[in-house]
Design a protein around this ligand. Structure first.
Ligand SMILES: [Zn+2]
Length: 351
């Protein structure tokens, strides 16, 4: 623990989470998964405004709410049969990851929902997690007999949600040109959108954004134009930096224009290597959202990979975000009050 403590202390993010009680996480898989407490129609995955207005939120202490805790943003690249690098995982590994996330009380949300602080639908007692997929590789989405293949990441997410309605099929996909190597973006972008997946921007040619202004805007605008052509009206609103390389012109990673297409990214994702801050935390920075690599390379045991971080969270070395089920407010134990971004004091519920 000494080495671990020292390592964590070096990281400002983790320092902010150290010492936390996080009793909600302490029992990990033994802890029952809290179901939504607000009444809603069975066919509606998110509580309606009416339901939230008429159903009081639970006692935050009972659900151990802490909406200033960290959110793991997991990063996936290739789902393959033969794992060759830290960019790879098997389908079986991915399925096991979903099982673990469900057992440990996580609830999938998109990057954009985090960036917009649109997390009021996360059931009380559950912890948001973001599943991101870069490079639009074939293992993430392909087809068999005309339908989405069950061994693709999208197919597994959909099947898993069917078996476990309390874990919806929600993820953020960061596309390049010719997504999923299928030769035609129309169907795949439409299928992702229809399933409620976030379609994000990973540049057209997958090039690090150390480029002149016109080229940066071409890379992001051209990909946005591809998405908007495939599904009219659809726009990427978040982006993942290729190779995690910081752009030479950061403002153009956020917003710009190429030909008739303007784009605006409300969050910019990095590559490594720690959980993200809550968007209500004073250190939240939408321009640099860290992610955690998920991989089965070497048994998936490497430091700072998803298994390692989920173990840290489970052991309460880091305090995770746990929803209060109280939309429109940010709820946390009083001892964390100094972590709140001052702009949100007016909606704070400290207990
Ligand atoms: Zn990439």
């Amino acid at each position: 623990m000494t080495n671990l403590d020292a390592r964590l202390t070096r990281r400002a993010l983790i320092a902010a989470g150290l010492g936390a009680v996080a009793a909600a996480c302490a029992n990990g898989s033994k802890r029952p998964v809290a179901l939504p407490t607000r009444t809603t129609t069975p066919s509606t995955p998110s509580p309606s405004p009416t339901a939230t207005a008429t159903t009081p939120p639970p006692d935050p202490a009972t659900v151990k709410a802490n909406e200033l805790g960290v959110i793991p943003v997991l990063m996936h690249h290739r789902l393959v049969d033969k794992v060759e690098s830290e960019y790879d995982m098997t389908a079986a590994w991915f399925r096991a990851e979903l099982e673990r996330l469900l057992a440990e009380g996580y609830y999938p949300v998109t990057t954009l929902q985090v960036a917009r602080r649109d997390l009021g639908h996360v059931p009380a007692g559950r912890a948001p997690v973001v599943l991101t997929f870069d490079d639009s590789t074939r293992g993430q989405l392909h087809y068999a007999n005309g339908t989405i293949a069950k061994d693709s990441a999208v197919g597994m997410l959909v099947d898993f949600a069917r078996e476990h309605p309390e874990f919806p099929a929600v993820a953020s996909f960061y596309l390049n040109k010719d997504p999923f190597a299928l030769g035609d973006p129309h169907r795949v972008v439409a299928d992702l959108a229809n399933l409620g997946m976030e379609v994000g921007n990973h540049t057209y040619d997958h090039v690090p954004l150390r480029l002149p202004a016109a080229k940066v805007q071409e890379q992001l605008g051209k990909l946005a134009a591809m998405v908007g052509t495939a599904v009219p009206g659809l726009e990427p609103h978040t982006m993942a930096l290729p190779l995690g390389v910081e752009p030479s012109l950061p403002k153009l990673a956020r917003a710009g224009r190429w030909r008739a297409t303007s784009y605006r990214n409300e969050a910019v994702l990095l590559v490594g290597a720690e959980p993200a801050h809550s968007p209500w935390h004073k250190s939240w920075n939408p321009n640099k959202v860290p992610r955690i690599r998920s991989s089965s390379y070497g048994g998936g045991k490497g430091e700072f990979l998803s298994t390692w971080w989920l173990d840290q969270i489970k052991a309460s070395a880091v305090t995770r975000y746990v929803s209060a089920g109280n939309p429109g407010h940010v709820t946390f134990p009083k001892k964390y009050a100094d972590r709140l971004a001052p702009a949100y004091r007016g909606v704070a519920v400290a207990y």
